[in-house]
Design a binder for this molecule. Structure first.
Ligand code: GUN
Length: 315
């Protein structure tokens, strides 16, 4: 039984066709699990609203017209609708000054109908992202990027937590994968994914290695990983042949090939022959990131979503 079933998450039956049966790895199906998570958020919100509560509101701020960012933001706005969250759109010109953006954040920090503020990254080069993320009130920081919230996670007092790492943990937990005592290797040390991912894994008892651009022998680290999480965004950075037999592979990378096809960091078919579990791209971590944003927004509004995954800090 999936541990998550105990608390009302419904197990998704694993139905495999012939070619899927030939591959060894089972799929970490982020698309389906994220629907279950959004369902939990929706249920909690509708119950709250039916009892006279205010519907949670999320300010979604996009600066400029970067095509990838526009697509991500559209998907986040769609998920708000599915979850019953009011999305408030702020689409600003690429030339918007930092001062104007900070003014908007100040107003949203004060707005009683706004529970969460999301500023899509990356921002245009003339804007200091750290100044922006730290200007958002920590209680409305549904991205979990504010120094206060990252510090809380580092100190084993998780509050609002970065969406991708929290989404990865929920995905693993859903399938009953206990990472405690496992050697987890995180490839990439970004503020958005790699660093908070390492903190989540540490919080739940993994032994964690983080590799980054100055790491000398990536192959050696990958070969030793029981749980491998790649968050680089460069297809082929990890040779699938390096994957340890039976490893759990989570691919956070997402890149668009010239053909338009979306791919992860890790070549899927070869990796799936070696791994025991693997997340696909697309349909793996991406939808979990967005579903977790919905969870964070509901939690920022004071709701208990009843998500089964709660980190158990280890000693
Ligand atoms: N850009 C890439 N990932 C993210 C994310 O999780 N949040 C925000 N705000 N921007 C991003």
């Amino acid at each position: 039984m999936y541990p998550s079933e105990e608390k009302g998450f419904h197990k998704i039956p694993i139905i495999m066709n012939k070619s899927e049966q030939a591959r060894k790895a089972k799929i970490l199906d982020g698309k389906q699990v994220s629907s279950a998570v959004i369902g939990c958020v929706h249920e909690a919100i509708e119950k709250h609203v039916s009892m006279g509560g205010r519907r949670p509101g999320l300010a979604v701020v996009l600066v400029g017209d970067d095509p990838a960012s526009s697509i991500y933001v559209q998907a986040k706005r769609r998920d708000c609708e599915r979850a019953g969250i009011l999305a408030k759109d702020f689409d600003l010109d690429a030339s918007t000054s930092q001062e104007k953006l900070l003014d908007l954040i100040d107003r949203l920090n004060e707005a009683a109908d706004t529970d969460g503020i999301l500023v899509q990254l990356p921002l245009p080069g003339h804007i200091d992202e750290t100044a922006v993320t730290n200007r958002i009130h920590a209680d409305k920081d549904v991205d979990g990027f504010h120094a206060f919230n990252v510090g809380k996670l580092a100190l084993r007092q998780p509050g609002l937590r970065p969406c991708t790492p929290r989404g990865v943990m929920a995905l693993l937990h859903y399938y009953g994968i206990a990472n405690r005592s496992m050697h987890a290797v995180v490839v990439g040390a970004s503020n958005i994914v790699g660093r908070p991912m390492a903190l989540e894994l540490l919080l739940t008892g993994s032994t964690v290695t983080v590799s980054h651009r100055f790491t000398r022998n990536l192959e050696e680290h990958v070969r030793s990983a029981e749980l491998l999480i790649s968050a680089i965004g460069k297809p082929g950075i990890i040779n699938s042949e390096w994957i340890r037999p039976g490893a759990i592979v989570v691919d956070v990378g997402i890149s668009r090939q010239a053909s338009g096809k979306l791919v992860g960091d890790i070549e899927f078919e070869t990796a799936a022959k070696k791994a025991s579990w693997i997340s696909p791209v697309p349909g793996g971590v991406g939808p979990m990131t967005r579903a977790t944003l919905m969870v964070n927004t509901a939690e920022a509004a004071g709701l208990d979503v009843g998500l089964p995954y709660t980190p158990q800090p280890t000693g």
